[in-house]
Design a protein around this ligand. Structure first.
Ligand SMILES: Nc1nc2c(c(=O)[nH]1)N[C@H]1C(S)=C(S)[C@@H](COP(=O)(O)O)O[C@H]1N2
Ligand SMILES: [Mo]
Length: 371
């Protein structure tokens, strides 16, 4: 069946471009939101996110993989293809790296109009210690051909997107794939990967939005032409309209988030805080660039004041920040934002885009301060 024939048979959600307007959310968005959890923002207190609190994004179903029978195949434009089991991989030189991972769609639900997809607000974030072997070593051992331009990574999960039946596949330019921090990881926070995070092996591409870090990896292939798969050419592009081919989504843009202070109202999540000095804290990150400045506003973004920065957890992970706020009785909206060296805000990509990627809207936390 063609892409159009498959799309015909499936229900459409949103307008012709898959966009939604207004405050009401579709059942399909709720369905995705209950599968793909966000990190509760109070977990910003942990420099390394406990595994069960790390955000999760699974396009299709979590595949069933037998770790004992599973193999990783490295092939394509290489001199010596490899075929490795999990134990063989685990005997290779290993490295552990703290990496802040963020979904490219973080902030999607705050765009207007918004794309009907996983409706993240701000919580598609987490930092884990990933243990694995550098991909570079495997590619060198396999004898990567000189004319290879990209490496294609294939997961064993399958589904349908844009009418195309597919395995989840992404590619990286050779220069990115050869960076020493790119890992084939078998452990997260010191334990074997959990099923939902890519057991038995996943790629971890520090500094890039999460879509690059292919889970349930089973094939690594060197190719001599840029890979044209769905997740490269149709999804994950900063497009101004459906006709615009757009620019690819790559590195994580600067962002800061705060631990909501005080206690929440169950339904609205509005915070109740007692008046007086309040220490606001959170974390900020910017892929592989360094966060230079974090600013806090207590009046909904009118006036901003600099926060104090802590040390980054690693070159690829977030850093803490704190701000002393004098809370006066009444209602306030707290906001926080970050800027980084070589801020990708100047990368030319438009803020609004069709897919709802790389959202930069500052977090807003409504607070009621009691006398
Ligand atoms: N095979 C496969 N890899 C995948 C995905 C997927 O659906 N299938 N989702 C990607 C996306 S969009 C993100 S944001 C990250 C999420 O990783 P996590 O669930 O471990 O946080 O995995 C990426 N790797
Ligand atoms: Mo994602």
């Amino acid at each position: 069946m063609t892409r159009d024939e498959i799309a015909e048979l499936l229900p459409a959600v949103g307008d012709g471009d898959g966009l939604a307007r207004g405050e009401a959310f579709f059942r399909e968005e709720l369905q995705l939101a209950t599968r793909n959890r966000g990190m509760p923002l109070e977990a910003l207190r942990y420099p390394i996110t406990p595994t069960g609190l790390h955000y999760l994004l699974v396009h299709y179903d979590i595949p069933s993989v037998d770790g004992a029978a599973w193999r990783l195949r490295v092939g394509g434009s290489v001199a010596r293809p490899l075929d490795l089991g999990l134990e063989e991989l685990e005997r290779r030189p290993a490295r552990t790296l703290a990496v802040t991972l963020e979904c490219a769609g973080n902030g999607r639900a705050l765009f207007a109009p918004r794309r009907v997809s996983q409706p993240w607000l701000h919580e598609a974030i987490g930092t884990a210690e990933w243990t694995g072997t550098p991909l570079r070593g495997l590619l060198e051992e396999a004898g990567l051909a000189r004319d290879a331009v990209e490496i294609v990574f294939t997961g064993c999960d399958r589904g349908i997107e844009g009418g195309e039946v597919q395995s989840y596949q992404r590619s990286l330019p050779v220069a990115e794939a050869m960076r020493e921090e790119v890992l084939l990881a078998w452990a997260m926070n010191g334990r074997a990967l959990e099923p939902q995070h890519g057991y038995p092996l996943r790629l971890v591409v520090p500094g890039w939005y999460g879509m690059a870090s292919v889970k349930w990896l089973e094939r690594v292939e060197a190719v001599t032409e840029p890979f044209g798969g769905y997740q490269m050419t149709r999804a994950y592009r900063y497009q101004g309209s459906a006709e615009d081919p757009g620019e690819p989504v790559t590195r994580i843009r600067p962002r800061a988030l705060m631990i909501p202070p005080g206690i929440p109202d169950f339904l609205t999540r509005v915070r109740l805080v007692e008046s007086g000095p309040v220490t606001l804290e959170g974390r900020a990150w910017a892929g592989r660039s360094a966060v230079e400045r974090v600013e806090v506003s207590a009046d909904g973004g009118e006036r901003w004041s600099p926060a104090e920065l802590g040390e980054p957890v690693s070159p690829f992970a977030w850093r803490g920040w704190r701000f002393e706020w004098e809370a006066r009785p009444g209602r306030h909206t707290l906001c926080v934002r970050a800027t980084a060296q070589g801020d990708p805000r100047r990368d030319g990509a438009p803020d609004w885009n069709l897919g709802g990627y790389g959202g930069r809207a500052p977090q807003r936390v409504d607070v009621v301060v009691t006398p």
